[in-house]
Design a protein around this ligand. Structure first.
Ligand code: AMP
Length: 285
């Protein structure tokens, strides 16, 4: 557990050699995909994975195809040496850190698009984003051949997209969702929080409170459309800039809810900018 040197592979061939060796020995394997710049939220995924299998592989790949040209691909924080140390400290067994060329060989021409659950919310606000995500996650699951793959509820829509992907393509993997890790003040941990100035962080932390208030109102039977309008107004008052969405959706398929009171398990989801930083968060109702 305290070993700080983490074995690292950079090619699919080397990854498969290690994983297939474990499997031949009868061991079960989990994959935790990340884009690095790790925080306690990522590490909680590894810790959860360890409770389910014998060996945990983390992947570190800042996937260019899920960023739009105007988004922060070049600026995205990168800290592989520190990430490897943190992963080793929570008992990760292997880091898969491929280059862009290893993932996308010349002539690469295949895309995986998940319909339905990819379309609203972040799918509408970030066209092409979920195709980039679904394609790279399909590749990672085929490359690593894990028994289990763990994703955070922080990216709730992404988790649903990946569950759909695995079911639809008969990928032999169990997709597990992990609860959102938060700072003491409630701000969901995110690699992008590193972009926030102290003043912006004061605004960012209000997102958690506005979501919690919406959950309370929905539980008390308030109409969905009122709760959505109240949440939007509260985010504006708190100092958020562009608000991509503040919506109540069905927990399983992200179908729109309302008008009227909720009658099924739901999720409140929000995406909004503080300065140039786009934050997302969500809560179960
Ligand atoms: P990323 O590196 O942002 O692509 O995230 C990699 C994985 O970590 C995804 O499955 C995320 O949902 C998950 N994750 C990110 N932030 C958190 C958090 N605060 N709590 C739990 N999981 C998280």
């Amino acid at each position: 557990m305290s070993d700080t040197t983490l074995p690292t592979v950079r090619t699919v061939a080397d990854l498969r050699t290690v994983v297939r060796g474990w499997k031949r020995a009868g061991r079960r394997v989990a994959l935790v995909p990340t884009m690095g710049a790790l925080h306690a939220g990522h590490l909680s995924l590894v810790t959860l994975a360890r409770t389910k299998v014998d060996h945990v592989v983390a992947s570190l790949f800042v996937n260019p195809t899920q960023f739009a040209p105007h988004e922060d691909f070049d600026a995205y924080p990168r800290s592989e040496a520190r990430d490897a140390e943190l992963l080793a400290g929570v008992g990760c067994d292997l880091l898969f850190a491929p280059t862009v060329e290893e993932m996308y060989a010349p002539g690469f021409a295949t895309q995986v698009t998940v319909g339905g659950v990819s379309e609203p919310l972040d799918g509408a606000a970030r066209p092409g984003h979920f195709t980039g995500v679904a394609t790279v996650v399909a590749k990672l699951l085929i490359q690593a051949e894990p028994d289990v793959a763990v994703f955070g509820e922080k990216d709730y829509q992404q988790l649903q997209v990946i569950k759909r992907l695995a079911r639809d393509l008969d990928l032999p993997v169990e997709i597990v969702g992990a609860p959102t890790a938060r700072a003491d003040d409630g701000l969901a941990l995110s690699s992008r929080n590193a972009y926030l100035s102290p003043a912006e962080r004061e605004i960012a932390v209000r997102l958690n409170g506005v979501l919690a208030d919406a959950v309370k109102r929905l539980r008390a039977g308030e109409r969905v459309e009122h709760v959505e309008a109240t949440g939007l107004a509260a985010l504006e008052r708190a100092g958020f800039g562009k608000i991509d969405y503040f919506e109540v959706r069905a927990a399983a398929d992200l179908a729109r809810q309302g008008p009227g009171a909720l009658d099924a398990p739901a999720r409140v989801l929000a995406a909004a900018f503080v300065g140039k930083t786009r934050l997302i968060d969500n809560m179960a109702v």
